[in-house]
Write a protein that binds this ligand. Structure first.
Ligand SMILES: *Cc1c(COP(=O)(O)O)cnc(C)c1O
Length: 439
């Protein structure tokens, strides 16, 4: 680190460590091109129909993708949808959740993990997160259970699975369904089991920022025949088929159009074959960055859960402002001034971020309790007899991570070479050595 002594920080007008944009994350190649051409040549871009015939379940690419995804994840059913958001909505619907029910959700996630219950007029109840792994804290979950609780929608945040032994035991004891949002953690393991397969229903994302992608898309997995059929109904106008299918319980069979097209399915089939390698390459980069950055006394590398792996959607760290004698935000701002954005994501700035999305209970919809209609909808007394409140004081760990400690790096995906990673390390070291000059 000595080579940085008395360097002028870029934030104070000095020369930055690097100007050349970081390489983009490119996962679409010639295999996908061939697959897309195959679909274009066929002229069939979707084969879905909202009728009780085989087309209810989509066309050739969709069904092949679902077969391959189910085999990869060792699940009885895989169902393709047009986003993970749709997948989460369908999962909540399939679980039979409705007005007056409560679903325990994580506040440290993308908003769809908390809005899914709202779509079915149910009430999201936030629990606090773990200090080391940032997933829902089993102790906090247990405290939030009431007689109205029907499910836990749990998130494998940043790329690491939840504490599935403890949480699944809590769910079993209280007869709750577990919906696992594995959007950020494809191909992570916990006790030799794959992420997305730890609960009753698992949901994956295929949007352009995720490990593998098809533009927009999602996958849902389950071993349960009943839940799988329900998800298919919600995907594709279930109300039109319940009569001919002689569906006994028509609750929550009102459908959406959550259908994936044949082109996206064909692309996803190629992407699935690349997943293992893409995750392994990410792990190599992240392990290098973690090893180097934790040499800085104020920076703590992410902890890995026992018997688990991390697939690093993003690479989190904790910052100790007491040791550094400078606040996290000021320190990270100075680091960012030393580095350029990622090619293709220039508008997002340098991909080093303090906190994460603001904790979801802080969104106006929760603070004002307004979802639908003039009185807010799901929280109205005529629907809901519970007492949920969204006071931020209930979530000390989430607040601490968001406001003070957590930052993450997204400059470590495959495509970044050793020198790219070294530039990131050098930016941190330069700022660390010269932190007294941060104003
Ligand atoms: C990306 C993401 C989603 C939503 O995925 P889409 O496919 O964009 O709908 C949901 N949950 C988490 C945790 C995510 O990271």
């Amino acid at each position: 680190m000595n080579k940085f002594i008395n360097n002028n920080l870029a934030i104070n007008g000095g020369k930055p460590v690097r100007k050349k944009l970081f390489p983009p994350y490119k996962v679409i190649g010639s295999e996908e091109k061939i697959a897309v051409n195959r679909v274009i040549k066929s002229g069939v871009l979707s084969e879905f129909a909202a009728k009780d015939n085989p087309n209810f379940y989509g066309g050739r690419e969709i069904r092949n993708l679902e077969k391959e995804w189910a085999k990869f994840y060792k699940k009885k059913h895989a169902i393709a949808v047009n986003s993970a958001t749709s997948g989460l909505f369908a999962a909540i619907g399939a679980a039979g959740i409705g007005p007056g029910d409560e679903v325990i959700v994580s506040p440290y996630s993308m908003s769809a993990s908390a809005t899914a219950p709202i779509i079915y007029n149910a009430v999201p109840v936030f629990a606090d997160i773990e200090d080391e792994f940032f997933c829902l804290d089993p102790k906090s979950v247990e405290q939030k259970i009431t007689k109205r609780t029907k499910a836990i929608l749990i998130v494998d945040i940043f790329g690491q699975t939840y504490d599935y032994k403890k949480i699944n035991a809590i769910a079993k004891k209280n007869n709750l369904i577990i919906i696992e949002d594995a959007a950020q953690a494809p191909y992570s393991f916990n006790s030799k089991k794959l992420s997305g397969t730890l609960g009753d229903i698992g949901v994956f994302s295929l949007n352009r920022h995720k490990h593998i992608q098809c533009g927009e898309g999602g996958m849902v997995v389950t071993d349960d025949d009943y839940l799988a059929e329900r998800i298919c109904m919600i995907r594709n106008h279930g109300e039109c088929v319940v009569e001919s299918k002689k569906t006994k319980n028509i609750q929550n069979t009102v459908g959406f159009n959550f259908r994936m097209t044949e082109i996206e399915a064909a692309i996803t089939r190629c992407q699935l074959k690349k997943l293992k390698k893409l995750v392994k390459d990410r792990q190599k980069n992240c392990e290098f960055l973690s090893k180097e950055l934790k040499k800085i006394p104020a920076i703590k590398a992410v902890e890995i859960r026992e018997k688990s792996t991390h697939s690093y959607y993003i690479l989190p760290f904790k910052f100790n402002a007491k040791i550094a004698k400078v606040e996290r935000n000021k320190f990270i701002d100075a680091v960012k001034k030393e580095l350029p954005p990622t090619a293709g994501r220039e508008t997002e700035g340098v991909r080093i971020v303090c906190g994460y999305y603001q904790p979801l209970y802080r969104l106006p919809m929760f603070q004002k309790k307004i979802a639908y209609a003039s009185n807010g909808g799901v929280w109205e007394k005529k629907f809901y007899s519970g007492q949920v409140n969204y006071n931020i004081k209930q979530f000390p760990v989430t607040e601490q991570m968001y406001n003070n400690e957590l930052f993450f790096i997204d400059l470590m995906h495959p495509g970044n070479k050793k020198q790219d990673l070294m530039d990131v390390v050098n930016a941190f070291k330069k700022v660390w050595i010269n932190r007294k000059s941060i104003k």
